[in-house]
Design a protein around this ligand. Structure first.
Ligand code: ADP
Length: 398
């Protein structure tokens, strides 16, 4: 089966063409269209056997971008398909499914309407995702399109976890509540951990720590709480997002910094987090290098990040009523043993003990890094959201 996975942003479109056989799975080709609708748009395309095609060509919109992607996939030179009919289905990443989608779905007019109804909840992401969907519908009529939502996995949160203590009418009127994100990743790594432990009832805390970070509490495969909220701004400090703050800071800034709502939104989403605290960078590698050179604000940033992650693990152990495993994933979670050590350092009382050598050793697709006598298992598991989208899409196509 061949599944095309599409992740459309407002000016970009990433894709991977998966070959999913029962025994074997592979990425036949992958690529990226950048600067769609802006000067200097370009396509970078690469095949499994290492053929590369980079071209700078005008892409006025996502429809043009999808046409170029299809041409690249069909090309005699750097293509991997002889006909478009070889593509069994297309899976689209959609950021916000609101309360409407607890699972992936085949896209039809009704689903598109529901995705549009979620625009106010994700005004930057959902319209961009929709452009990708509509461009593929035009370019590949008759091929099944599937939507896979970042929020879907967290629709199992109980109301006591997803409600905010605001007037109830606001929930009814605007659907203001916690939704949570990175669901595809939390689902992928927690399923892998349950497999490794051979325990479908395991209580697991998954830490997706990347440029955006979120932590989730998962009980027997169901998400019961997660750190991001109505939007991805909540939770631990991130690359440029502030994470949890006293909500009164927002009104204070509006008043005392004379900012507009859009400016406060930008400040909290784009100028805060690692970047805002350190003044150095939003990238964890730069922060580690600066901290090593003695930069106190870079050091503070890393300490804050570790501290907030530890607090979430403590809180979610309480929410789960116990803990069997912790999983680290995404750019930071997979690659920074020092931070993993820092995050877990104070949690020995929960029965968590790292194996130092394993923690600092080589990590393949997955690795157990806890000591043999640790009551709680600790894993590093490489996330693969695109593969999960392909699998979800394939499951609906059958
Ligand atoms: P995104 O949320 O954009 O998908 P990623 O999951 O790729 O982000 O994570 C990006 C973050 O991971 C950056 O802060 C980056 O510094 C960090 N990171 C990636 N690779 C490494 C590494 N080898 N060592 C330390 N940090 C890393």
């Amino acid at each position: 089966m061949k599944i095309l996975v599409v992740n459309a942003g407002s000016s970009s479109l990433k894709y991977q063409l998966f070959g999913l056989e029962s025994e074997k799975r592979s990425v036949l080709a992958n690529g990226l269209c950048e600067r769609i609708g802006i000067d200097g748009s370009n396509l970078k395309h690469e095949t499994e056997d290492g053929r590369v095609y980079n071209v700078e060509v005008e892409m006025s919109d996502h429809t043009v971008a999808v046409k170029l992607v299809i041409d690249a996939l069909l090309s005699a030179d750097h293509g991997v398909l002889s006909s478009l009919s070889e593509v069994d289905a297309v899976g689209h990443r959609v950021v916000h499914g609101g309360e409407k989608f607890a699972n992936s779905v085949i896209i039809d007019e009704e689903v598109k309407e529901a995705i549009k109804e979620c625009y106010p909840l994700a005004p930057l992401h959902n319209p961009a995702n929709m452009m990708g969907i509509e461009a593929c519908e035009k370019a590949m009529p008759g091929i099944i399109q599937v939507a896979v939502f970042d929020t879907a996995f967290h629709q199992t949160l109980p109301s006591k976890a997803y409600m905010y203590a605001l007037p109830y009418e606001l929930y009814e009127k605007h659907a203001i509540r916690r939704y949570g994100f990175h669901g595809t990743s939390h689902a992928f790594v927690s399923e892998k951990a349950m497999q490794l432990m051979d325990d479908p009832n395991a209580k697991i805390i998954t830490c997706h720590l990347g440029n955006g970070s979120s932590i989730a509490a998962i009980d027997a495969g169901k998400s019961i709480d997660t750190s991001m909220g109505m939007t991805p701004l909540a939770g631990v400090p991130m690359g440029t997002r502030c994470g949890d703050i006293d909500p009164a800071v927002v009104t204070y800034l509006l008043e005392h910094e004379n900012l507009t709502p859009a400016e406060v939104d930008n400040l909290m989403n784009k100028e805060s987090g690692f970047f805002g605290i350190s003044g150095v960078s939003s990238d964890c590698r730069d922060l580690q290098a600066a901290a090593d050179e003695g930069n106190p604000r870079a050091e503070l940033t890393l300490r804050m990040f570790g501290y907030h992650c530890s607090k979430y693990i403590g809180a979610y152990t309480a929410a789960l009523g116990g803990l069997d495993a912790i999983v680290f994933t995404a750019g930071i979670g997979e690659n920074t043993p020092r931070l993993r050590e820092d995050i877990l350092g104070k949690l020995g009382y929960l029965g968590i003990e790292l194996d130092k050598e394993l923690n600092y050793g080589k990590i393949g697709d997955y690795q157990l890094i806890s000591a043999e006598n640790s009551k709680v298992k600790v894993y590093v598991i490489r996330t693969n959201e695109e593969l999960k989208i392909a699998q979800e899409t394939a499951a609906l196509k059958v």
